[in-house]
Design a binder for this molecule. Structure first.
Ligand SMILES: Cc1ncc(COP(=O)(O)O)c(C=O)c1O
Length: 483
């Protein structure tokens, strides 16, 4: 079914636009609204006649504005059906919530891929592969299908929750092919078409599409000021819960991706109470739990406050994304439902990779090295930003893998397209926002080596000053025309 934009809503969104000339002002306003996602892609724009009426402009103005919008790639005209919001090819990725590494091979010459918040394997992974190879023969006589996972790995993961203060039996753990697959499995197991699922915004963008897999409708709860200290606006979250009574809520309390916030104990208790009041099931993504850089003790797991919560973990940040091992800690009564949902998609995760992760969990010391490395990288990125882009703002997070950075003005989508031409891949704010928007924000991960980060910031700063020069020229030209 088409999604249409009501004429009055368009008038509110467009607001007061420059009318010298009106067709250009209207086209620019629409371009900006489509560019930052406030008019979602594929939305049918109101008819020319309706726009003429609500904006009080001539029909010619609207015809010309729509034609120019189509010529610039921000709309497509379908014969007899109307005009639909689109984005030019080079910007399409900003509106596609699917985020993945673009440079693929480590050897992709001259490209710095900061699209994906992931780095090389933790030291010790290669040795764990060797030990796993030695352990493998014992399993080769079995059929190798393990829909709930390798028993030894389930036991190790359950023990890690017990150490964090959350009693957990191995039977409550289901191993998945990464955390993203865990999100999709839980969405399928929990939601029916039309159910509401509450989600933070901005948020880890792949979760947006994975949560929709069960047919649920997403309701977003905006995070608090990204430059402040709170992270979660609990009053707004409580109001959203009361108004929408969602079936489930997906949250990332440990170093929220992309903002980096860590939810405090008191906030967890209050959030969990609010979820209980509306019988909303918590889906807790702890993928970044292992990336604490402050050395302070971590708060108790969210599930310690919400016994019916589903918790997601992953070996990707702990060990290596190439392993594709994640897991779900489910309430005992829901384990069978999770396994049933998982076998609709795959029959189990790679047994060998599970052996590698089990070897890593048994080895000591690797994580400490990883954290020291990440701390140095985070600080190097922050230092380079202060030095080369002094007007840009961000909060230094105590963990996670990303800085969430505010540009003083301009479009992050445009800047990401500009730096891509110079060999740096970056994800602009709208990628992380459920409804679009956030186009003055950029997510810059610090999982790559320091020299690459510093080089990337230099390239971003170059593109930024070039675009500022262009904007300055455009402004001066406009001033000359008006004068
Ligand atoms: C919050 C969050 N959840 C899930 C994932 C996906 O993890 P995996 O590689 O285990 O699928 C990521 C990856 O960055 C993430 O940041």
């Amino acid at each position: 079914m088409d999604r249409s934009l009501a004429p009055d809503h368009l008038a509110t969104l467009v607001g007061d636009f420059p009318r010298t000339p009106a067709y250009r002002g209207l086209r620019k306003a629409l371009e900006e609204l489509i560019g930052d996602g406030r008019i979602p892609l594929g939305t049918r724009l109101p008819s020319e006649r309706a726009v003429t009426r609500v904006l009080g402009v001539s029909r010619n103005t609207v015809t010309r504005a729509y034609a120019d919008l189509v010529a610039a790639g921000f709309a497509t005209a379908r014969q007899g059906a109307g005009t639909y919001a689109a984005v030019p090819l080079d910007r399409r990725r900003a509106h596609d919530h699917a985020l993945h590494a673009l440079g693929t091979a480590a050897s992709t010459e001259g490209v710095i891929d900061l699209n994906c918040a992931a780095g090389a394997a933790t030291p010790g992974v290669a040795a764990a592969y060797e030990r796993a190879m030695a352990a493998l023969p014992a399993y080769l006589a079995s059929d190798g299908y393990l829909p709930s996972g390798l028993p030894a790995l389930r036991a190790l993961i359950a023990a890690s929750y017990v150490r964090r203060g959350l009693p957990t039996a191995p039977e409550q753990i289901v191993i998945t092919s990464g955390a993203l697959s865990a999100i999709a499995i839980i969405a399928r197991a929990l939601s029916r078409p039309g159910d509401r699922i509450m989600i933070e915004s901005p948020v880890y963008s792949n979760a947006i599409e994975a949560l929709r897999l069960g047919g649920g409708r997403l309701v977003s709860a905006p995070m608090a000021d990204p430059l402040g200290d709170e992270g979660w606006d609990l009053a707004a979250i409580e109001a959203t819960l009361r108004q929408t009574s969602p079936r489930a809520a997906y949250l990332i309390p440990d170093f929220q991706n992309p903002t980096g916030f860590l939810m405090r104990d008191g906030q967890r208790a209050r959030y969990a109470a609010a979820l209980r009041a509306t019988r909303t099931t918590a889906i807790i993504d702890e993928t970044l739990q292992s990336t604490c850089l402050s050395g302070d003790p971590m708060p108790a797991p969210f599930a310690a406050h919400a016994t019916d919560a589903f918790t997601i973990g992953s070996a990707s940040k702990l060990c290596w994304g190439g392993l594709r091992v994640g897991w779900i800690r489910a309430p005992r009564s829901a384990v069978d439902r999770i396994i049933a949902a998982r076998v609709q998609m795959d029959l189990g995760s790679s047994l060998f990779d599970q052996l590698v992760v089990a070897e890593m969990l048994e080895a000591d010391g690797a994580l400490a090295t990883r954290r020291t490395q990440l701390r140095q990288r985070r600080d190097a990125l922050a230092q380079a930003l202060h030095e080369h882009l002094p007007g840009w703002c961000f909060r230094l997070p105590d963990g996670g893998l990303t800085l969430w950075v505010k540009m003083p003005h301009g479009s992050a989508t445009q800047l990401a397209a500009d730096v891509e031409r110079k060999g740096v891949y970056l994800a602009p704010g709208p990628v992380f926002s459920v409804e679009g928007g956030a186009d003055t924000w950029l997510r810059i991960p610090y999982a790559k080596p320091e020299e690459q980060l510093v080089q990337a910031v230099r390239i971003i700063a170059d593109a930024w000053s070039e675009s500022a020069r262009d904007t300055g020229h455009r402004r001066n030209a406009t001033r000359r025309l008006i004068a």
